[in-house]
Design a protein around this ligand. Structure first.
Ligand code: HEM
Length: 367
């Protein structure tokens, strides 16, 4: 992170652009919003070298997929994130937040404590419940099978059967079975196999097998889990720390919440969120100073002329240094390093790509 911060600062000192070598590869760190706008539209491929590790870890899910795979997945996933859909999920956000608030209350008055484990449980839980039913039931099965996993460890020679053992040994719930039915209807080959021996335990067992056999399902699951929960948890945690450090800001947030809800502990609605404008500015300012995804990378496949007159040559790897862009004094002013939520209440930003916690253009964050 320190290296990324140094690169961000160096870019800011050089009109938003600096280059460096990693072995024999030329990389460019970019903190100029105008250049980010051009490159984010012209270059959709992520850099093979840098994301190799991530792809190994979470597969070809849309974040790290090559453009041809990404394009299709984007089309499939995008409708899920429509405003209408998200508004319908408000009861889930509300319920999960209440659980977290109740848990946090047990820490009140007890001195310092790490907030991360509360927040990460909350975001993971929310993402799992909100992703479509398929995924959440998938996760149910896998998580509920962890007891079986321990048993399975002592039988490593079981290999694939280990998965069957994991799940069949511990979970035959109705949701898991019905979810399996949905999956089975999609994968006729597996369906045939299961129907030869159709007990609910077998059906559930195959859910686990499917997870490992069908990389596209696995990728989708992992992308939502990784992209949605850790990022949001980082954002919530930093915002909580900033509210603690700036009690005057915390007071204003509290005041605004009081104005909208009074003493009522009714459920939060989508309309309420629109009224919490100061809170929104606080969250944005937290995302500006501490972007949960501090960089994204793109691969240049043909020479690109930047607005500054510099040409990016073919085969360069570009790093959008989000952390540095968010602290670029040429755009944010001399107080760029300061926490000042009010800057988001002063109308549109001078350039849309100067605030890019969710990246920019067509390959930005879906969530
Ligand atoms: C504060 C929270 C979040 C931040 C800061 C964040 C940030 C990002 C960033 C920077 C990217 C990469 C874009 C690129 O490489 O150009 C991304 C991609 C993505 N994010 Fe998020 N994200 C957040 C929350 C979520 C949530 C809650 C979900 C879903 C439940 C989600 C789903 C995705 C998906 C599916 C992609 C891949 C999009 C694509 O390539 O088409 N994100 N996110």
């Amino acid at each position: 992170m320190q290296a990324l911060q140094n690169l961000g600062r160096t870019s800011n000192e050089h009109d938003g652009l600096t280059s460096f070598w990693v072995a024999n590869r030329l990389l460019v760190s970019m903190t100029d919003p105008k250049a980010i706008e051009v490159v984010s539209k012209a270059c959709l491929d992520k850099d093979e070298f840098l994301i190799k590790y991530m792809r190994t870890a979470i597969g070809n899910g849309s974040i790290f997929a090559p453009v041809n795979i990404w394009h299709l997945r984007r089309k499939i996933n995008a409708p899920f994130f429509s405003r209408k859909n998200l508004d319908q999920l408000m009861p889930v956000f509300d319920a999960k937040s209440s659980i977290m608030a109740d848990l946090l209350r047990t820490e009140a008055g007890g001195g310092d404590f790490p907030i991360w484990r509360y927040v990460t449980t909350f975001t993971f839980d929310t993402v799992c419940e909100n992703s479509n039913n398929e995924l959440s039931h998938f996760i149910d099965v896998v998580i509920q099978s962890s007891g079986g996993l321990e048993k399975g460890y002592s039988n490593m020679e079981l290999r694939e059967e280990l998965l069957v053992f994991m799940v069949a040994g511990s979970d035959t719930s109705a949701t898991a079975v019905s979810y399996t039915a949905v999956l089975l209807s999609r994968y006729p080959a597996v369906q045939d196999k299961v129907y030869q021996d159709d007990t609910s335990a077998t059906a559930v067992s195959y859910t686990a097998v499917l997870l490992f056999r069908y990389p596209d399902v696995q990728d989708k699951l992992l992308v939502f889990m990784v992209a949605g929960s850790d990022t949001s948890a980082t954002a919530v945690s930093y915002t909580a720390v900033l509210l603690f450090r700036y009690p005057d800001v915390q007071d204003k947030v509290y005041q605004e919440i009081q104005e909208v809800f009074g003493e009522s502990d009714r459920a939060v609605t989508a309309e309420d969120l629109l009224k919490l404008t100061y809170l929104e500015a606080v969250i944005k300012e937290s995302l500006r100073l501490y972007p949960p995804v501090p960089i994204v990378v793109r691969e240049v496949h043909e020479d690109i002329l930047l607005p500054s007159g510099t040409t990016l040559v073919d085969e360069t790897t570009v790093m959008f240094n989000i952390w540095g862009t968010h602290r670029n004094p040429a755009y944010w002013g001399p107080d760029a390093e300061e926490f000042r939520p009010e800057r988001f209440l002063q109308g549109p930003l001078p350039h849309p790509a100067m605030f890019v916690p969710f990246s920019y253009s067509v390959r930005n964050c879906l969530g």
